[in-house]
Design a protein around this ligand. Structure first.
Ligand code: PGA
Length: 248
């Protein structure tokens, strides 16, 4: 459990909607306080409600992303930006096309880059030369992965090409017609890239995440549970709903 001296702040909400609204308020506050913020953004089911609220704030309350920059956490290897299942398309449909974030401020890993190492280096350098990520928003895998930093004997610090764990392929099948279609590799920010962010907001919703949330509460840092590395970061907010908090 989180206790005195713990740096992670835990917020438990009633449900997915409330979690999404609270997350949107945090992101909106960041952008209002620092309009030229660099945001780290995830894909997946978890941030969908957050993006909906941010779009609502943009349309109804004039929240503007005109000076903001975004850096997406990862992209499937082998999928071009126009591929319907690419994370770029996901972001375009669920967020980018609905807000005023300028196209030139959107930073994405290129899944079809010819030279993968060069592409990872380019992305890593772009984050650094832009001043670093102010607020990194994260989901968490059922197995404790962050981005595509999967459990294993080692973790990579920088942006790299990663193999998806079998359980991740299964979990991501929901976005594809079949399991076979899910790409087996992805370009992802490394754990060091993520930990360099000034502030981290991790969201988790639903019973399927309750084991991962329970593990995250344990006071140990291990590559076998990548999200545990968040424990060494001084400013992490865990924003989870009641179902995800079921086992803590
Ligand atoms: P999800 O994925 O939001 O679709 O559950 C989260 C993750 O795998 O990091």
């Amino acid at each position: 459990m989180l206790g005195k001296g713990d740096k992670m702040r835990l917020i438990i909400t009633d449900d997915f909607q409330e979690m999404s609204l609270r997350a949107a308020r945090i992101v909106a506050g960041q952008v209002e306080l620092k309009p030229d913020s660099n945001l780290g953004l995830p894909t997946g089911s978890t941030p969908l409600g957050l993006y909906d609220y941010l779009i609502k704030f943009h349309k109804e309350e004039n929240l503007s992303f005109a000076k903001t920059s975004s850096f997406n956490l990862d992209e499937y290897y082998g999928l071009g930006q126009n591929h319907p299942k690419s994370f770029y398309q996901f972001m375009k449909e669920n967020f980018f096309q609905e807000v005023d974030l300028p196209q030139e401020n959107i930073n994405f890993l290129q899944g079809r880059a010819e030279d993968v190492e060069k592409e990872c280096y380019r992305f890593e350098n772009k984050i650094a030369s832009s001043g670093g990520i102010d607020l990194m928003i994260l989901g968490i895998g059922r197995n404790g992965h962050i981005g595509f930093n999967e459990p294993g004997e080692e973790l990579k610090s920088h942006t790299h090409l990663a193999d998806l764990a079998p359980e991740t392929i299964k979990a991501n099948q929901k976005f594809f017609d079949s399991e076979e279609e899910v790409p087996r590799q992805a370009l992802t920010m490394g754990m060091g890239t993520i930990l360099k962010s000034r502030q981290i907001l991790l969201m988790a919703s639903g019973k399927s995440k309750s084991w991962a949330v329970k593990e995250l509460m344990k006071k140990r840092v291990t590559t076998e549970f990548p999200a545990s590395f968040l424990r060494v970061h001084p400013r992490v907010i865990l924003l989870i709903d009641q179902e995800a908090a079921d086992r803590i």
